[in-house]
Design a protein around this ligand. Structure first.
Ligand code: GAL
Length: 345
Protein backbone atom coordinates (compact mmCIF):
# COMPACT_ATOMS: atom_id res chain seq x y z
CA UNK A 1 0.00 0.00 0.00
CA UNK A 2 2.83 2.39 0.97
CA UNK A 3 4.60 1.64 -2.29
CA UNK A 4 1.42 2.25 -4.22
CA UNK A 5 0.92 5.60 -2.50
CA UNK A 6 4.50 6.63 -3.19
CA UNK A 7 4.06 5.70 -6.86
CA UNK A 8 0.82 7.64 -7.05
CA UNK A 9 2.46 10.67 -5.47
CA UNK A 10 5.33 10.57 -7.96
CA UNK A 11 2.86 10.31 -10.83
CA UNK A 12 0.84 13.26 -9.54
CA UNK A 13 3.99 15.35 -9.18
CA UNK A 14 5.21 14.54 -12.68
CA UNK A 15 1.79 15.29 -14.17
CA UNK A 16 1.44 18.57 -12.31
CA UNK A 17 4.89 19.73 -13.40
CA UNK A 18 4.07 18.85 -17.01
CA UNK A 19 0.84 20.88 -16.78
CA UNK A 20 2.87 23.86 -15.68
CA UNK A 21 4.71 23.87 -18.99
CA UNK A 22 8.25 23.37 -17.75
CA UNK A 23 10.63 21.00 -19.43
CA UNK A 24 10.34 18.84 -16.30
CA UNK A 25 14.03 18.00 -16.35
CA UNK A 26 15.60 17.75 -12.94
CA UNK A 27 19.01 19.33 -13.14
CA UNK A 28 22.14 18.94 -11.11
CA UNK A 29 22.29 21.63 -8.42
CA UNK A 30 23.42 24.89 -10.03
CA UNK A 31 26.90 25.82 -8.87
CA UNK A 32 25.91 29.47 -9.01
CA UNK A 33 23.44 29.01 -6.15
CA UNK A 34 24.28 30.99 -3.01
CA UNK A 35 26.46 28.89 -0.69
CA UNK A 36 24.04 29.09 2.23
CA UNK A 37 21.37 27.28 0.29
CA UNK A 38 20.69 23.63 0.92
CA UNK A 39 19.89 21.68 -2.21
CA UNK A 40 17.71 18.63 -1.99
CA UNK A 41 15.97 16.70 -4.70
CA UNK A 42 12.51 17.72 -3.51
CA UNK A 43 12.82 21.08 -1.79
CA UNK A 44 9.06 21.52 -2.10
CA UNK A 45 8.52 19.04 0.69
CA UNK A 46 11.12 20.70 2.94
CA UNK A 47 9.51 24.12 3.12
CA UNK A 48 11.81 26.91 2.01
CA UNK A 49 11.86 30.67 2.17
CA UNK A 50 9.99 32.51 -0.52
CA UNK A 51 10.03 36.22 -1.30
CA UNK A 52 6.92 37.67 -2.92
CA UNK A 53 7.05 41.17 -4.45
CA UNK A 54 3.70 42.84 -5.24
CA UNK A 55 3.62 46.00 -7.38
CA UNK A 56 1.39 47.72 -4.82
CA UNK A 57 -0.82 46.47 -2.00
CA UNK A 58 -3.43 49.14 -2.71
CA UNK A 59 -4.91 47.29 -5.72
CA UNK A 60 -8.15 45.38 -5.27
CA UNK A 61 -7.39 42.46 -7.60
CA UNK A 62 -3.77 42.05 -6.50
CA UNK A 63 -4.95 42.00 -2.88
CA UNK A 64 -7.05 38.89 -3.56
CA UNK A 65 -4.16 37.44 -5.54
CA UNK A 66 -1.48 38.04 -2.90
CA UNK A 67 -3.69 36.69 -0.11
CA UNK A 68 -4.26 33.53 -2.15
CA UNK A 69 -0.52 33.20 -2.79
CA UNK A 70 0.32 33.61 0.88
CA UNK A 71 -2.31 31.10 1.97
CA UNK A 72 -1.22 28.45 -0.52
CA UNK A 73 2.50 28.89 0.23
CA UNK A 74 2.06 28.88 3.99
CA UNK A 75 -0.29 25.92 3.73
CA UNK A 76 2.55 24.05 2.06
CA UNK A 77 4.96 24.90 4.86
CA UNK A 78 6.98 27.66 3.19
CA UNK A 79 8.20 30.70 5.07
CA UNK A 80 6.80 33.59 3.09
CA UNK A 81 7.52 37.30 3.08
CA UNK A 82 5.25 39.46 0.94
CA UNK A 83 6.38 43.05 0.29
CA UNK A 84 4.61 46.14 -1.06
CA UNK A 85 6.38 47.89 -3.94
CA UNK A 86 4.20 50.98 -3.44
CA UNK A 87 4.03 51.33 -7.23
CA UNK A 88 7.70 52.34 -7.19
CA UNK A 89 10.07 50.29 -9.36
CA UNK A 90 13.21 51.57 -7.60
CA UNK A 91 11.76 50.42 -4.29
CA UNK A 92 10.89 47.01 -5.72
CA UNK A 93 14.42 46.62 -7.12
CA UNK A 94 15.75 47.15 -3.60
CA UNK A 95 13.28 44.61 -2.22
CA UNK A 96 14.43 42.03 -4.76
CA UNK A 97 18.07 42.67 -3.86
CA UNK A 98 17.26 42.33 -0.15
CA UNK A 99 15.53 38.99 -0.73
CA UNK A 100 18.56 37.81 -2.71
CA UNK A 101 20.96 38.88 0.06
CA UNK A 102 18.77 37.03 2.57
CA UNK A 103 19.17 33.90 0.43
CA UNK A 104 15.53 33.13 -0.38
CA UNK A 105 14.97 29.87 -2.23
CA UNK A 106 12.64 31.36 -4.83
CA UNK A 107 11.01 34.62 -5.81
CA UNK A 108 7.53 35.42 -7.05
CA UNK A 109 7.48 38.90 -8.58
CA UNK A 110 4.64 41.11 -9.81
CA UNK A 111 6.74 43.82 -11.50
CA UNK A 112 5.84 47.45 -10.92
CA UNK A 113 6.69 48.26 -14.51
CA UNK A 114 6.68 45.78 -17.34
CA UNK A 115 9.47 47.83 -18.90
CA UNK A 116 11.69 46.95 -15.91
CA UNK A 117 11.37 43.21 -16.58
CA UNK A 118 14.72 42.91 -18.37
CA UNK A 119 16.56 44.41 -15.38
CA UNK A 120 14.67 42.22 -12.92
CA UNK A 121 15.42 39.11 -14.96
CA UNK A 122 19.09 40.04 -15.16
CA UNK A 123 19.22 40.44 -11.36
CA UNK A 124 17.58 37.10 -10.53
CA UNK A 125 19.61 35.32 -13.19
CA UNK A 126 22.90 36.64 -11.80
CA UNK A 127 21.82 35.47 -8.33
CA UNK A 128 20.60 32.12 -9.71
CA UNK A 129 17.22 32.40 -7.98
CA UNK A 130 14.32 30.45 -9.52
CA UNK A 131 11.70 33.08 -10.28
CA UNK A 132 8.04 33.21 -11.21
CA UNK A 133 6.85 36.51 -12.68
CA UNK A 134 3.16 37.22 -12.35
CA UNK A 135 0.48 39.63 -13.61
CA UNK A 136 2.64 41.84 -15.84
CA UNK A 137 3.97 39.90 -18.76
CA UNK A 138 7.40 40.64 -20.23
CA UNK A 139 8.25 39.76 -23.83
CA UNK A 140 9.35 36.22 -24.72
CA UNK A 141 12.78 37.60 -25.71
CA UNK A 142 13.29 39.23 -22.32
CA UNK A 143 12.49 35.95 -20.56
CA UNK A 144 14.54 33.78 -22.89
CA UNK A 145 17.85 34.78 -21.24
CA UNK A 146 17.06 32.81 -18.06
CA UNK A 147 15.75 29.26 -18.12
CA UNK A 148 14.78 29.17 -14.43
CA UNK A 149 12.16 31.81 -15.04
CA UNK A 150 8.50 31.49 -15.92
CA UNK A 151 5.61 33.92 -16.30
CA UNK A 152 2.19 32.92 -14.94
CA UNK A 153 -0.77 35.02 -16.00
CA UNK A 154 -3.61 35.22 -18.45
CA UNK A 155 -3.93 36.08 -22.10
CA UNK A 156 -5.34 39.59 -21.76
CA UNK A 157 -6.75 39.62 -25.30
CA UNK A 158 -9.14 36.85 -24.18
CA UNK A 159 -10.64 39.05 -21.45
CA UNK A 160 -11.09 41.92 -23.91
CA UNK A 161 -12.86 39.65 -26.38
CA UNK A 162 -15.15 38.40 -23.62
CA UNK A 163 -16.07 41.97 -22.65
CA UNK A 164 -17.05 42.64 -26.25
CA UNK A 165 -19.08 39.43 -26.30
CA UNK A 166 -20.95 40.51 -23.17
CA UNK A 167 -22.12 43.56 -25.15
CA UNK A 168 -22.90 41.49 -28.25
CA UNK A 169 -25.05 39.23 -26.07
CA UNK A 170 -27.38 42.11 -25.08
CA UNK A 171 -30.74 42.31 -26.91
CA UNK A 172 -29.66 45.31 -29.03
CA UNK A 173 -25.94 44.38 -29.24
CA UNK A 174 -25.08 47.58 -27.40
CA UNK A 175 -26.93 49.90 -29.78
CA UNK A 176 -29.45 51.18 -27.25
CA UNK A 177 -30.59 54.23 -29.22
CA UNK A 178 -30.83 52.31 -32.48
CA UNK A 179 -28.69 54.73 -34.50
CA UNK A 180 -26.74 51.89 -36.09
CA UNK A 181 -23.58 52.25 -34.01
CA UNK A 182 -22.38 51.49 -30.50
CA UNK A 183 -21.10 54.67 -28.82
CA UNK A 184 -18.79 53.89 -25.94
CA UNK A 185 -16.36 55.31 -23.46
CA UNK A 186 -13.24 53.35 -22.51
CA UNK A 187 -11.84 53.64 -18.99
CA UNK A 188 -8.38 52.23 -19.26
CA UNK A 189 -6.01 50.69 -16.71
CA UNK A 190 -2.36 51.70 -16.52
CA UNK A 191 -1.43 51.57 -20.23
CA UNK A 192 2.12 50.47 -19.37
CA UNK A 193 0.53 47.13 -18.52
CA UNK A 194 -0.25 44.91 -21.48
CA UNK A 195 -3.56 43.92 -19.83
CA UNK A 196 -4.78 47.49 -20.32
CA UNK A 197 -3.65 47.68 -23.94
CA UNK A 198 -5.11 44.34 -24.99
CA UNK A 199 -8.42 44.67 -23.13
CA UNK A 200 -8.93 48.08 -24.74
CA UNK A 201 -8.16 46.73 -28.18
CA UNK A 202 -9.95 43.39 -28.06
CA UNK A 203 -13.18 44.51 -26.38
CA UNK A 204 -13.84 46.80 -29.33
CA UNK A 205 -12.46 44.31 -31.85
CA UNK A 206 -15.06 41.74 -30.77
CA UNK A 207 -17.76 44.22 -31.81
CA UNK A 208 -16.19 45.23 -35.13
CA UNK A 209 -15.37 41.57 -35.95
CA UNK A 210 -19.08 40.87 -35.52
CA UNK A 211 -19.86 43.62 -38.03
CA UNK A 212 -21.03 46.14 -35.43
CA UNK A 213 -20.17 49.77 -36.08
CA UNK A 214 -18.55 51.55 -33.13
CA UNK A 215 -17.89 55.12 -32.06
CA UNK A 216 -15.37 55.91 -29.34
CA UNK A 217 -16.54 58.98 -27.46
CA UNK A 218 -13.59 59.03 -25.10
CA UNK A 219 -10.69 56.93 -23.82
CA UNK A 220 -9.21 57.91 -20.47
CA UNK A 221 -6.58 56.40 -18.29
CA UNK A 222 -7.93 55.37 -14.88
CA UNK A 223 -4.93 53.34 -13.64
CA UNK A 224 -7.09 50.46 -12.33
CA UNK A 225 -8.39 52.82 -9.62
CA UNK A 226 -11.99 53.03 -8.36
CA UNK A 227 -12.00 56.76 -7.64
CA UNK A 228 -10.50 57.59 -11.01
CA UNK A 229 -13.12 55.37 -12.65
CA UNK A 230 -15.83 57.32 -10.88
CA UNK A 231 -14.44 60.75 -11.86
CA UNK A 232 -13.79 59.79 -15.47
CA UNK A 233 -17.27 58.33 -15.90
CA UNK A 234 -18.89 61.37 -14.25
CA UNK A 235 -17.02 63.72 -16.61
CA UNK A 236 -17.88 61.66 -19.68
CA UNK A 237 -21.56 61.42 -18.75
CA UNK A 238 -21.64 65.18 -18.18
CA UNK A 239 -20.02 65.74 -21.57
CA UNK A 240 -21.72 63.11 -23.74
CA UNK A 241 -24.95 62.41 -21.82
CA UNK A 242 -27.32 59.92 -23.48
CA UNK A 243 -24.87 59.36 -26.31
CA UNK A 244 -22.96 56.97 -24.02
CA UNK A 245 -24.37 53.48 -24.60
CA UNK A 246 -21.50 51.35 -23.30
CA UNK A 247 -18.95 51.91 -20.54
CA UNK A 248 -15.99 49.59 -21.03
CA UNK A 249 -13.74 49.42 -17.96
CA UNK A 250 -10.45 47.53 -18.10
CA UNK A 251 -11.14 46.26 -14.58
CA UNK A 252 -13.91 45.93 -12.01
CA UNK A 253 -12.62 48.42 -9.49
CA UNK A 254 -12.93 51.20 -12.09
CA UNK A 255 -16.34 49.77 -13.12
CA UNK A 256 -17.60 49.98 -9.53
CA UNK A 257 -16.49 53.62 -9.50
CA UNK A 258 -18.16 54.19 -12.88
CA UNK A 259 -21.37 52.63 -11.56
CA UNK A 260 -21.56 55.23 -8.81
CA UNK A 261 -21.46 57.98 -11.45
CA UNK A 262 -23.95 56.17 -13.69
CA UNK A 263 -26.40 55.97 -10.79
CA UNK A 264 -25.72 59.56 -9.74
CA UNK A 265 -26.56 60.63 -13.30
CA UNK A 266 -29.92 58.83 -13.04
CA UNK A 267 -28.99 56.22 -15.62
CA UNK A 268 -29.97 52.55 -15.29
CA UNK A 269 -27.57 49.79 -16.30
CA UNK A 270 -28.98 47.26 -18.78
CA UNK A 271 -31.84 49.66 -19.58
CA UNK A 272 -30.24 52.82 -20.93
CA UNK A 273 -26.52 52.04 -20.60
CA UNK A 274 -24.26 48.95 -20.43
CA UNK A 275 -21.31 48.50 -18.09
CA UNK A 276 -18.63 45.80 -18.15
CA UNK A 277 -15.44 45.16 -16.18
CA UNK A 278 -12.82 42.45 -15.64
CA UNK A 279 -11.64 40.58 -12.52
CA UNK A 280 -14.89 39.31 -10.92
CA UNK A 281 -14.19 41.07 -7.64
CA UNK A 282 -16.80 40.20 -4.99
CA UNK A 283 -18.27 43.71 -5.27
CA UNK A 284 -18.66 43.32 -9.03
CA UNK A 285 -20.28 39.89 -8.71
CA UNK A 286 -22.86 41.44 -6.39
CA UNK A 287 -23.56 44.19 -8.93
CA UNK A 288 -23.87 41.72 -11.80
CA UNK A 289 -26.35 39.72 -9.75
CA UNK A 290 -28.30 42.86 -8.86
CA UNK A 291 -28.41 43.90 -12.53
CA UNK A 292 -26.18 46.93 -11.97
CA UNK A 293 -23.38 45.63 -14.17
CA UNK A 294 -23.94 43.96 -17.53
CA UNK A 295 -21.20 41.47 -16.81
CA UNK A 296 -17.59 40.95 -15.90
CA UNK A 297 -14.80 38.49 -16.66
CA UNK A 298 -13.23 36.23 -14.05
CA UNK A 299 -9.53 37.00 -13.69
CA UNK A 300 -8.81 33.87 -11.70
CA UNK A 301 -6.64 35.06 -8.79
CA UNK A 302 -6.84 31.72 -6.98
CA UNK A 303 -6.12 29.74 -10.14
CA UNK A 304 -3.16 31.95 -11.02
CA UNK A 305 -1.80 31.80 -7.46
CA UNK A 306 -2.04 28.00 -7.47
CA UNK A 307 -0.36 27.80 -10.88
CA UNK A 308 2.39 30.22 -9.80
CA UNK A 309 3.17 28.06 -6.75
CA UNK A 310 3.06 24.90 -8.85
CA UNK A 311 5.53 26.40 -11.32
CA UNK A 312 7.72 27.67 -8.48
CA UNK A 313 7.86 24.16 -7.04
CA UNK A 314 8.74 22.83 -10.47
CA UNK A 315 11.62 25.30 -10.69
CA UNK A 316 12.79 24.32 -7.20
CA UNK A 317 12.76 20.69 -8.29
CA UNK A 318 15.00 21.58 -11.23
CA UNK A 319 12.60 22.44 -14.05
CA UNK A 320 13.95 24.65 -16.77
CA UNK A 321 12.01 26.52 -19.43
CA UNK A 322 12.89 26.68 -23.10
CA UNK A 323 12.86 30.05 -24.84
CA UNK A 324 9.42 30.87 -26.22
CA UNK A 325 7.72 28.53 -23.74
CA UNK A 326 7.97 30.65 -20.63
CA UNK A 327 4.39 31.94 -20.43
CA UNK A 328 1.82 29.83 -18.63
CA UNK A 329 -1.77 31.01 -18.98
CA UNK A 330 -4.85 30.51 -16.85
CA UNK A 331 -8.16 31.01 -18.68
CA UNK A 332 -10.52 33.91 -18.14
CA UNK A 333 -14.24 33.10 -17.75
CA UNK A 334 -17.19 35.25 -18.84
CA UNK A 335 -19.51 36.16 -15.95
CA UNK A 336 -23.14 36.96 -16.76
CA UNK A 337 -26.29 37.32 -14.65
CA UNK A 338 -27.06 33.70 -15.62
CA UNK A 339 -23.88 32.13 -14.25
CA UNK A 340 -22.82 34.70 -11.63
CA UNK A 341 -24.03 32.45 -8.81
CA UNK A 342 -21.29 29.94 -9.70
CA UNK A 343 -18.63 32.50 -8.81
CA UNK A 344 -20.08 33.79 -5.54
CA UNK A 345 -18.83 32.40 -2.24
C1 GAL B 1 -4.94 43.26 -13.95
C2 GAL B 1 -6.21 43.41 -13.14
C3 GAL B 1 -6.30 44.81 -12.60
C4 GAL B 1 -5.04 45.18 -11.87
C5 GAL B 1 -3.83 44.91 -12.72
C6 GAL B 1 -2.55 45.18 -11.97
O1 GAL B 1 -4.82 41.95 -14.41
O2 GAL B 1 -7.32 43.14 -13.96
O3 GAL B 1 -7.42 44.95 -11.76
O4 GAL B 1 -4.97 44.44 -10.69
O5 GAL B 1 -3.83 43.57 -13.16
O6 GAL B 1 -1.44 44.95 -12.78
Amino acid sequence: MKKFLALLLTLVMVLSLAACGGDTQTEEPDTEEPADQTQTEEPAAQGGTIGVCIYKFDDAFMTTYRNALQEILEGKGYTVTVVDGNNDQAKQNEQINTFITQGVDALIINPVMTSAAATIIDTVKTAGIPTVLINREPTADEMAVYDKLVYVGCDASQSGTMQGELILDTPNKGDINGDGKVSYIMIQGDPENIDAKLRTEYSVKALTDAGVEVEQLNLTRGDWDREKGQTICANDLAQFGDQVEVVFCNNDDMAIGALQSIQAAGRKVNEDIYLVGVDALDAALNEVQAGNMTGTVLNDANGQAAKAVECMEGLLAGDTYAAGEQSVYVDYVKVTPENVGDFMK
